[in-house]
Unconditional design. Structure first.
Length: 278
């Protein structure tokens, strides 16, 4: 009798676990690529030309999905909201994108010549050769980079940013290893908007960023705030400079900190060029 009751209890526990797993949902699940499905589809011989948007592959203003991409990541790297990309690309289900699929990353009607390149290739400047061939010309030595970054050039979309947290800087910008600033603090410390903007993402769908907020300030600049303990704003909400948008935490990080990025046309830039000295 005792064995029977134990087995019955075990069966009930297992059944409850299955029901909970089946009923659990992520309220703010990010639109992600089903990489397992995409990889198997591609390897099984699906013609890339048959994927949505394939006719636009390689055109300015469009981006071809690569392994590991999500709409959130694509939006961050092109300075756009993932919702806008889904709408411009007429995606039936933004939760599933496939490797080889092509999405639009600039608004319809916008001059795509001024949009950031989506190919990720290196831009090679034209070389003017006077009185000789390129093979015999003497190359000009590359300039030695300055120890401190030059201030950002002024433009119509300039934004007067403020520091998003009051802690000390614990890791600076490195184009290869750290795409922004890491700022120290205690769990629960305030994280504020660096400038007026609109929340284009609030959630935990981008690997390595934890609880993340992305603000769009204009057609040129985004800022990102990562590893938060809690988020105080929702997508599509307008925020003001200095408004509390999150509380500092350690989600997807090795310590409590704020990882802060400034992105110009989707590309990470050194925040020191935009933040006031302190």
């Amino acid at each position: 009798m005792l064995v029977s009751r134990s087995l019955g209890a075990l069966g009930t526990a297992v059944l409850a676990g299955v029901i909970l797993a089946g009923c659990s949902t992520q309220a703010n699940r990010a639109p992600v690529e089903d990489r397992g499905q995409s990889s198997s589809s591609t390897s099984s011989g699906v013609d890339v030309k048959s994927l949505p948007g394939a006719e636009n592959a390689g055109k300015p203003g469009y981006y071809t999905i690569k392994p590991g991409d999500t709409l959130i990541k694509v939006g961050l790297e092109h300075g756009q909201s993932w919702k806008d990309i889904a709408r411009w690309s007429n995606l039936d289900n933004p939760n599933v994108i496939e490797v080889g699929q092509v999405v639009r990353v600039v608004p319809p009607g916008r001059d795509v010549a001024s949009a950031p390149s989506s190919g990720g290739g290196r831009v090679v400047a034209p070389v003017v050769v006077g009185g000789g061939s390129a093979a015999t010309s003497t190359p000009t030595p590359a300039p030695v980079p300055s120890s401190s970054p030059a201030p950002a050039a002024k433009g119509a979309d300039d934004v007067a940013f403020i520091w998003p947290a009051s802690g000390s800087l614990i890791a600076g910008f490195d184009e290869q290893r750290n795409k922004g600033y890491d700022i120290s603090g205690k769990a629960g410390d305030s994280v504020v908007a660096a400038a007026d903007g609109r929340v284009v993402y609030a959630g935990a769908g981008l690997r390595g960023y934890g609880n993340l907020i992305i603000l769009k300030h204009n057609n040129t600049y985004l800022t990102a705030y990562a590893h938060n303990q809690s988020l105080m704003v929702k997508e599509d909400q307008s925020v003001k400079k200095g408004q509390k948008i999150a509380e500092m935490g350690s989600t997807d990080a090795d310590r409590v900190k704020l990882h802060f990025e400034v992105r110009r046309q989707g590309k990470p830039v050194d925040p020191s060029r935009y933040l006031p000295s302190r």
